[in-house]
Design a protein around this ligand. Structure first.
Ligand SMILES: [Ca+2]
Ligand SMILES: [Ca+2]
Length: 412
């Protein structure tokens, strides 16, 4: 949250409470504390806490729980989305059961295609009818499947399914057996099959092949921190931080020894050497990482590389192994701007909801420097970027904050 925009006002000691709260959350804390997820089982009208026995009692900071019969075996499985990592978790229901279930996926044709609002009433011989409605938007940034699921216990024949479509048209389907069905409005059910009962398990991405690249649409000037060697005058600069005992770092260095990256000046920095020679720069690298990934003092995956253009602006961050071809493409595209740059910065194409294209806000970065008590680097940064900082309406407040922190520091 930008300085002075919290709306809460300063604390008694002149601090910004909203900013402190934000920092607390960025460090991985939660507003709701370390509460484990809770699951209650409805047993004939009385609720039993079955959290630990189901294995669902994780301490994630959950935001949305989504139910779906993912493996189409007749029981509901669960996806949970979290604010912190892991951001999604899948819980496959492997509770042994000889019961049945039916999954019904509806498609409207004279009503909305997703059939949102459709109500399905399922009638079996000896039990009460069950009713489900197709809804959307059941959670924060995630929602349950629009496929309706009915648990049937031992029932093996459904006497009748009544569908009330959103345009008030009714459809009756009789004598259907448990399974998975797609029903197009007005048509007979079409059964769909399970492709595989085995959930595909991808290898852990943090093993030797880990790589990730973020092409930034908002380019932060970093001239204050990274000097440009004369041989990199007309080329982008790639600063790569490596650590010892890191297999990916060793493999990356070996690859570059055989085939150096083209179109870029490579600067390899060893973390242990930098920790001795310039520990402040190491802190700055951590801070830059935290700033762009909106975290606080998280361990940085290595190798970590920063692509800096000829104007000393940070253009891309690579975590792990760098794909040579991608790096070359990024260097070729380093001078694009506006909508072209914005489109390249996202992992897939789409339609932008806003025409406004934001640019980096150096003032936010200086605030992070001040939060980290890096007052000299902050003053140095202000000095180097004074022209762009002056355009920010909150710049006078930033200077006041810097002066206040300096005087705090000088007070014995
Ligand atoms: Ca299932
Ligand atoms: Ca199952």
């Amino acid at each position: 949250m930008p300085l002075g925009n919290s709306g809460i006002g300063p604390g008694l000691d002149g601090s910004d409470p909203a900013r402190q709260l934000q920092e607390y959350v960025r460090r991985g804390a939660s507003f709701s504390g370390s509460e484990a997820h809770v699951v209650f089982n409805n047993e004939k009208g009385s609720f039993k806490n079955v959290s630990s026995i189901t294995g669902l009692d994780s301490k994630d900071d959950g935001r949305s729980v989504c139910f779906t019969d993912w493996d189409l075996d007749g029981d509901l499985d669960i996806w949970i989305s979290n604010r912190n990592g892991p951001q999604i978790r899948f819980f496959q229901n492997s509770n042994p059961s000889d019961g049945h279930g039916i999954n019904i996926h509806l498609s409207g044709n004279s009503c909305n295609r997703d059939a949102i609002g459709a109500r399905v009433i399922l009638k079996v011989r000896d039990n009460l009818p069950q009713t489900r409605t197709v809804t959307a938007g059941s959670g924060f940034l995630a929602q349950s499947s629009k496929t309706l699921h009915f648990g049937l216990a031992k029932e093996d024949v459904i006497e009748e399914i009544e569908i009330l479509w959103p345009n008030n048209k009714a459809q009756i389907i009789s004598n259907i057996v448990p399974g998975n069905y797609h029903i197009e409005q007005g048509s007979d059910p079409v059964e769909f099959k399970v492709r595989s009962n085995e959930i595909e398990k991808s290898p852990n991405p943090f093993q030797e092949t880990f790589n990730d690249r973020t092409f930034l649409s908002q380019r932060l000037p970093l001239v204050a921190f990274f000097g440009r060697p004369p041989e990199a005058k007309d080329k982008p600069l790639l600063i790569c931080l490596t650590v010892e005992d890191c297999k990916i770092c060793a493999a990356q260095k070996k690859e570059w020894e055989v085939s150096p990256p083209t179109g870029v000046h490579l600067q390899l920095i060893s973390e242990s050497t930098l920790a001795l020679s310039d520990p402040e720069k190491l802190r700055l690298i951590q801070l830059i990482y935290d700033h762009f990934f909106d975290v606080s003092e998280r361990e940085i995956p290595t190798p970590i590389s920063f692509l800096i253009d000829q104007k000393n602006r940070l253009c891309a961050i690579y975590r792990g192994h760098i794909d040579q071809n991608l790096l070359l493409e990024d260097c070729i595209n380093i001078n694009i701007n506006g909508s072209q740059l914005r489109s390249r910065s996202v992992p897939f194409s789409g339609i932008w909801a806003s025409k406004r294209i934001s640019s980096a806000r150096p003032l936010d970065f200086v605030e992070d420097l001040l939060d980290a008590d890096l007052l000299d680097p902050a003053a140095n940064y202000i000095n180097k970027e004074i022209n762009s900082l002056k355009e920010d309406e909150l710049f006078p407040m930033l200077l006041k904050r810097l002066e206040a922190l300096k005087s705090d520091r000088s007070t014995p």
